[in-house]
Design a protein around this ligand. Sequence first.
Ligand code: CS2
Ligand code: MG
Length: 407
Amino acid sequence: MSSVVAKIVSAKVIVTCPGRNFVTLKIETDQGVYGIGDATLNGRELSVVAYLEEHVIPNLIGKDAQRIEDIWQFLYRGAYWRRGPVTMSAIAAVDTALWDIKGKIAGLPVYQLLGGRSRDGVLVYGHANGSDISHTSEEVARYKEMGYRAIRAQSGIPGVKGAYGVGRGSMYYEPADSTLPEETVWNTRSYLNYTPKLFEKLRLDHGDEIELLHDVHHRLTPLEAAQLGKSLEPYKLFWMEDSTPAENQEAFKLIRQHTTTPLAVGEIFNTIWDCKDLIQNQLIDYIRTTVVHAGGITHLRRIADLASLYQVRTGSHGATDLSPACMGAALHFDTWVPNFGIQEYMRHTPETDEVFPHDYSFADGYLKIGDTPGHGVDIDEKLAAKYPYEPKQLPIARLTDGTLWNW
Ligand code: CS2
Ligand code: MG
């Protein structure tokens, strides 16, 4: 088998809904080697399908799958129109599939291609959420029993309908679960009063060793975020995530001036340009960009390298809407990246795990990857075909007076 050129002979998009929607790109080469990449964009899946099928795939046929960087540049620069979640998810899917192919041709797992192991296992955090403080504390206990060393805690607020991060199930929290967006209510005052009490109780019940995280999900203004960060300082959070929307990167200066609570941001960023100022001005501690939404391993590596200059560490998004193909690629990245911080790990349902056979597994608070060549995740196409696409959207949030707010 020649390891120099592997001509792309076909590429197709597979859409499946084993409990939730996933979009997967499968690229095949003339040597019979194939690779897969995740292209899922929650609630906007079919836009990425169209972008891939109509604009990307016709350009891939005949290209050398080994030229990952050149294909990345071709898809990014060559389109003239740059950035954006649809474009970057499509590029990510191609990039992930090409790293998978390169690994298979080389007979090596992707982390070896990147430079080899920097750690034995990838520290992950799970999601504990409850209807109120004591229920959330019980959930934290349950996650500790499962072996987690880092736990994200979110709590419902009595009297406020549909607080962020509180799912119906406790293992497979799924926010996009209605055809039209579910309406939730947001009350900043109640949230700012309640959240410090939640973490006070969690430290009392669970001690100081366990790492605790919290996601504000873009709900606060910069000043309110500063107030929350300050009020959470006694409870030593691992991070406070997405405390204010970050289109305006400057906003984080204000938060930073007022609190030493570590700041994480970036799950909805698509490129290095979305986080450049945040990183260079040392306004954040963790960058949450991930494989599928930030242009694949090739681009994520560029972001992590910039971040490493400023002691900013990685903390990739890993919610259930990112498929196992994204998780597998992310874990290879995490196993290599020198400035690793943590990896989010929301478990997929058994149906999803069956559609995407994979060689990563959880033990003792860590996810570990196997040595399968490529990224170690496959797709069972026959099984995938049994779960047709179901249109679903994320919820929206309104203030108590009805004003549309950030969900
Ligand atoms: C969340 C996500 O995991 C997280 O940190 O912010 O669950 C997010 O709401 C979803 O990925 C949106 O699709
Ligand atoms: Mg988040």
